[in-house]
Ligand binder design. Sequence first.
Ligand SMILES: [Zn+2]
Length: 408
Amino acid sequence: MKQSQLFTRTIKELPKDETSFNAQALIRAGFVDKSAAGVYSFLPLGWKVINKIKNIVIEEMVGIDGQEINMPSLAPRENWQATGRWDTLDVLFKTSGADEKEYALNPTHEEVVTPLAKKFINSYRELPMAVFQIQNKFRNEKRAKSGLLRGREFLMKDLYSFHANQEDLDSYYEKAIVAYNNIFRRVGLEEKTYLTYASGGSFSKYSHEFQTLTDAGEDIIYVCDDCKMAVNKEIIADQNTCPKCGRKDLREEKAVEAGNIFKLGTKYSDPFDLKYQDKDGEKKAVIMGCYGLGISRLMGTIVEICHDEKGITWPENVAPFKIHLLSLNENEAAENIYKDLIKQGIEVLYDDRELQAGEKFVDADLIGCPYRVIVSKKTLADGNVELKHRSSDESQLIKISELSEKLK
Ligand SMILES: [Zn+2]
């Protein structure tokens, strides 16, 4: 991508009411734009990051036999009334149609996926089954001050699993934990993310959250350094110890909930009468699990953690481009290098604009691609370019002929 043709540019004027760091950094670098509190557009650079995160999540969900679907954002009031949540879920976005019926803008999809599954699941032969989607969700938040960490409209992955019995759900749940850990490793948040005990409900003693440590987080968790796990605030009030090893001196940390997984049991299959016929012909309630992960929230969390005073420092797997190629008045040579890197399948943002070197460096630091390659009169004199990692102060001179091999 040539930067001269990019839809966006870096900007200096931030919206006055934007107080969160992640949104400020992303708006400044041209990744997102704010329409209203908790409502953002994703621009070309930002949408590239979102798609990288999505692809990782899709691979891991397919890896645990999830089948991708897409459910509607609108659900009729009756669905939400069937579970009692029309009146009890305070963040439910409600709207009315021209048909004078009321609808919810879904914050989660149990009320849609359960009646949907009822159309296809009849027999034990059809179980287990898992479907997931990555889709915009809505929450009617009173305050939305944390940028992408708490939106009124946001992108989320939600997977729902259907089982014949508790043992099958239990074993699937463990596989989901592994898949989630893979996701956090691949997006560069493994070290900061803790599997966290949360309250379970009637079907299981605990549910689990995946909490990522950051001062921007709105949650408080208690980390057990022996188990590399944590407990959330509700749980600590009960027992004040690690549920796994019994350790008492847990470390209090601020965190953001990146994902949560929950054994639903028959909480939603009962109201929608989702049943299957077992081997003996007996009708039994389908056992369900749900597994959420905030995609746009994950992007905001990465920015909260991966930055320095100059801008964002994207982990390589989610960076909009691997290379930021800067031409300092040497567009002819830089163009050839750009074409060669593209040919090698390397993702390059090529700054071909007529700007001062200093302005290009500032923009490159704001945008935060992992590697910066500089082409200038000085480097070209010996057939070189300058290569620098975004997070390092040191650069090295590389022969142009060896560059693509080095970057692959
Ligand atoms: Zn422990």
